[in-house]
Ligand binder design. Structure first.
Ligand code: NDP
Length: 296
């Protein structure tokens, strides 16, 4: 059996198209242009790439993008003052502080200083609590993208066994909450889980968010299961030439695709959906701020 490939790149393009439609209507009918502010502290190369990509896609769907680049040694008080300014700026509907932050900054304090209504990453404790209690919240972008692909593939997820490997605050835990909200039977696995292969084997849905290249082989996967690979790992690729690298997920793609019913590739799976969901969250935040009907 060969799995259906879930094309995150194509799916993300349809999400962006819908977002662009909503943005055009907000401009035409309400005279409002949604705005997303992205704050980057320091010069981490991966973060710089993400921030550039976010800014570019924000503009492409017709929204305003405000980029704030701060020195690596920016004092915490200055960062908090900027966030306060953005919280009070009516042109800014979404605020994202690119993580990780340099070590001298308290990440929890910084994230929790963002107005929860503008917290388009969904990391503020208010949004975490709202999600956990099944109330309307801002939902973290990566798990939201995974859920959209799962819903698209399965329709109803009710009653399915889901195993999430990884328990981070940004992926694993919110993913598990979302799947619980869809009435899945959810197991969260992590580095201390006993007999991980056995746990994964009973899952109809496997979400791997670990950060270990190709850790999950095909023989852990139940036949016809749906596999969502969140991992982004860069490994050496001597076959491409000396010093070359390539991206792989947390799942061993070839062996898993031979067993699974459907699988997301890396790259081209979860990754593109994350920014598309960020744009969608910004439109949602803008609609809520203006008392307008939210996009579905
Ligand atoms: P974290 O490092 O924060 O969390 C990793 C989790 O994996 C931890 O809960 C850890 O367990 C668990 N883990 C580590 N080793 C094992 C093991 N041997 N067996 C089982 N579980 C294990 O990572 P993130 O959640 O931030 O990211 C996970 C991956 O997803 C990374 O590759 C990252 O690059 C990628 N990612 C991709 C995004 C996208 O847009 N596609 C967005 C965000 C992340 P424990 O808690 O016990 O230590």
């Amino acid at each position: 059996m060969t799995a259906q490939i879930i094309d995150g790149k194509a799916f993300a393009a349809t999400v962006r198209e819908k977002v662009a439609g909503h943005v055009a209507r907000l401009k035409e009918e309400n005279g409002i242009t949604p705005g997303l502010a992205v704050v980057l502290v320091g010069e981490d190369p991966a973060s710089q790439v993400y921030v550039r990509s976010k800014g570019k896609q924000t503009v492409e769907v017709g929204m305003n993008s405000y980029e704030h680049k701060l020195d690596v040694d920016t004092p915490e008080a200055n960062l908090l003052a900027l966030i306060d300014k953005l919280n009070n700026d009516p042109a800014v509907h979404g605020i994202l502080v690119q993580l990780p932050l340099p070590g001298h900054l308290n990440e929890d304090l910084v994230i929790n200083s963002i107005d929860p209504a503008k917290d388009v990453d969904g990391f503020h404790i208010s949004n975490v609590g709202l999600l956990g209690t099944g109330q309307k919240s801002m939902v973290p972008c990566t798990p939201l993208g995974c859920l959209m692909m799962l819903r698209d593939h399965h329709g109803s997820l009710s009653g399915l066994d889901a195993v999430v490997i990884g328990r981070s605050n940004i992926v694993g835990k919110p993913m598990a909450q979302l799947l619980l909200g869809e009435s899945c039977t959810v197991t969260i696995a992590h580095s201390r889980t006993k007999d991980l292969p056995e746990v994964v084997k009973r899952a109809d849905i496997v979400v791997a968010a670990v950060g270990r290249p190709e850790m999950v082989p095909g023989d852990w996967i139940k036949e016809a299961a749906t596999v969502i690979d969140v991992g982004i790992n860069r490994i050496d690729a001597p076959e491409k030439g000396e010093g070359k690298t390539r991206l792989v997920g947390d799942v061993h793609f070839e062996s898993a695709a031979a067993v699974a019913g459907a699988i997301t590739p890396v790259p081209g799976g979860v990754g593109p959906m994350t920014i598309a969901c960020l744009l969608a969250n910004t439109v949602t935040a803008c609609c809520r701020a203006n008392g307008l009907a939210e996009p579905e």
